[in-house]
Design a protein around this ligand. Structure first.
Ligand SMILES: [Zn+2]
Length: 622
């Protein structure tokens, strides 16, 4: 009896030593204490995730030291990079390796996104879940507010919020946005920043956010630990420049026969299709031995491909490139199915950016966030809420100052019936713009309706007319064939329905009998993107966080070019993200254009819009 007990004590003691040792390795830590949505997190030996496990270890050891360099990860979608960041953050905060001695001061970490909407999503869906589902409540027990003696919450410690977590030994984790010159981060002092979705950040915001690292206690002096990760977009972007200034590491597999290393993926080349034969079998390019891909990955290593940059200098960043080809649970056939032409909706750009993790060099994106930042910022303006009530007793003899006319565009929601839609329920979007005398369009407000009911839609339209004194509205008729005529009974020609047409000869037509216009969307979008690059469309940048969704919608389109009767025709098609906000803007733009051309008459139409057209008495000066 006694012997047995002491034996079990030794076992327990040995087990606890083992656990302590495992905590030092971030990969072992993640496997032992964390889960992904309650499922085991497996990265270690034999899983085929060694390429990612090595990045975990690099950040937890090398990047931490005084000689460390900022790390840039250029990655495809779904390769577990955000999970890696969350796991590393919890490792730093709860492994008992930090904040336990004067040589190991507490660590303060910031997980940074380009906008608050992404902060909320990550904090709610990813981080909170990972904390809640840790094994035996490991993370919760390491929270500063956890009382070890009673097992209950300490009352002398403030509550953690969704985006601010305090742990034992004074280790801290924040999740926040770097938008608007990193205003929200002012006064913060941290040791480590994880930049997430970095392809959508601009250099000014990154530069300003780095000031929080001035007094960093880990990483190089004054620099701290910096890790940047994102999915690439176009060449020439800020993210592209960071990657180009890195040592560009690619993962090399190792042949089990000749022991040579070889790349599975060569950037810009299709050679991987010959190395990867089928299913999970790869062929060594040195000795032609056919072998299991997972095993070859497990024996592989990262190799830098740029030791010296073209200007003779040492790279400023450590760069890791990994794409979906390395994901162990994908076989070759699964990757091939993602190719444009085979996959129903994947464009060349999606294939390059999101599957291969390559910067796209083909014809440029229709519009990028960087271009909006460059050409379309009104840094002095917030979104406007209009005037709650307009007095009806204005003396008509009093001359009122010039007021920019306002226009509204509405894209009705309910497109969730679309079988191809993977974004779930879509809501109606509204954009309100004003136009100054020189034709510069200012976005005054933009929002999504939270409710698709008839009454709610009508109430919002009424409220917008009241607040903004809307001159003219254009609304989608395709999904609004019921509500638009109803609104026209009230507002007459101040609301015009809009239908799509493929006509190139007559891109805009107006039918005064039906109070509707028929428009070629591709032509109008091309015109809008062109105007944006001439700074003719301005976003209220002081309200960046509230309009970030709209910016995303503007940048979600894909470009398709083909030749028709000797002419190059550009078509704009929906990309992976939603675009309702852009559609709503397009309708507002059409309302402005209609007003400006007096019902498209200036374009010498066959349709006479004189009699039933919208009330053009609103034209200033008439
Ligand atoms: Zn070989």
């Amino acid at each position: 009896m006694v012997v047995k007990q002491s034996h079990s004590t030794v076992e327990k003691w040995f087990e606890s030593i083992k656990v302590e040792v495992l905590k030092i390795d971030p990969v072992a830590f993640a496997e032992n204490f964390l889960t992904i949505d309650g499922l085991p997190l497996r990265l270690g030996g034999g899983t085929g995730w060694k390429f990612l496990a090595d990045v975990y270890r690099y950040v937890a050891t090398k990047a931490l030291g005084p000689e460390g360099k900022p790390v840039v990860c250029v990655k495809a979608r779904q390769v577990g990079a955000t999970t890696m960041a969350a796991a590393l953050e919890l490792y730093f905060c709860t492994s008992d390796l930090f904040g336990t001695s004067p040589q190991k001061p507490p660590i303060r970490i910031l997980h940074c996104f380009p906008a608050l909407s992404l902060v909320q999503k990550f904090a709610k869906d990813k981080l909170s879940t990972m904390i809640r589902t840790s094994k035996d409540n490991y993370i919760i027990k390491h929270a500063l507010s956890h009382n070890e003696e009673t097992g209950k919450r300490r009352m002398d410690v403030p509550d953690d919020t969704l985006t601010e977590k305090q742990f034992k030994n004074e280790n801290k984790l924040w999740v926040d946005s770097s938008a608007n010159d990193a205003q929200r981060l002012q006064g913060m002092s941290v040791d480590c920043i994880f930049y997430d979705e970095v392809q959508r950040m601009n250099q000014d915001d990154i530069g300003n956010s780095k000031r929080t690292l001035t007094a960093a206690r880990y990483g190089p002096k004054g620099q701290g630990i910096q890790m940047y990760f994102g999915t690439p977009l176009q060449r020439g972007s800020d993210f592209y420049k960071m990657w180009e200034a890195s040592d560009k590491r690619f993962y090399h597999l190792r042949c089990s026969a000749c022991k040579e290393y070889f790349k599975l993926y060569e950037p810009g080349s299709d050679s991987w299709e010959e190395i990867w034969l089928y299913a999970n079998i790869v062929k060594c390019p040195h000795c032609e031995h056919e072998q299991d891909k997972i095993e070859a990955v497990e024996n592989g290593k990262w190799v830098p491909s740029q030791i010296v940059m073209s200007n003779g200098e040492e790279p400023q960043y450590i760069g890791f490139h990994f794409n979906q080809l390395l994901i162990p649970y994908f076989d070759k056939e699964a990757i091939i199915r993602e190719k444009p032409g085979i996959h129903a909706t994947n464009s060349e750009r999606i294939w390059k950016n999101e599957i291969l993790g390559e910067f796209y060099s083909g014809s440029e994106l229709p519009m990028s966030e960087e271009e909006i930042y460059q050409y379309c910022r009104n840094i002095n303006k917030r979104i406007s809420y209009g005037v709650p009530s307009v007095s009806k007793n204005i003396n008509p003899k009093v001359i009122v100052p010039y007021q920019s006319p306002t226009f509204m565009g509405i894209d009705w929601g309910g497109k969730n019936d679309d079988l191809n839609s993977t974004i779930g329920k879509s809501y109606s979007s509204v954009v309100i713009i004003s136009a100054d005398r020189s034709g510069v369009l200012q976005i005054e407000n933009a929002f999504k309706l939270k409710d698709n009911s008839w009454n709610h839609k009508k109430a919002i339209v009424n409220e917008m007319y009241r607040r903004f004194n809307i001159m003219l509205t254009v609304a989608d008729l395709g999904y609004g064939s019921d509500i638009v005529p109803e609104l026209q009974r009230e507002y007459g020609g101040r609301i015009i329905g809009c239908l799509n047409s493929g006509s190139l000869i007559n891109p805009v037509k107006y039918d005064p009998e039906e109070l509707r216009m028929i428009v070629n969307h591709h032509t109008i979008l091309e015109e809008i993107f062109g105007n944006m690059r001439k700074s003719k469309v301005l976003f209220p940048w002081k309200s960046y966080e509230q309009i970030h969704w709209l910016i995303e919608h503007f940048c979600s389109m894909e470009k398709e070019q083909r030749t028709f009767q000797g002419r190059v025709i550009t078509r704009y098609v929906k990309g992976t993200g939603p675009n309702d906000g852009l559609s709503a803007f397009m309708y507002a733009y059409l309302a402005y254009k209609f007003y400006l051309t007096q019902g498209f008459k200036v374009k010498n139409h066959q349709i006479n819009a004189k009699s039933n057209g919208p009330i053009l008495a609103y034209l200033p000066g008439i």
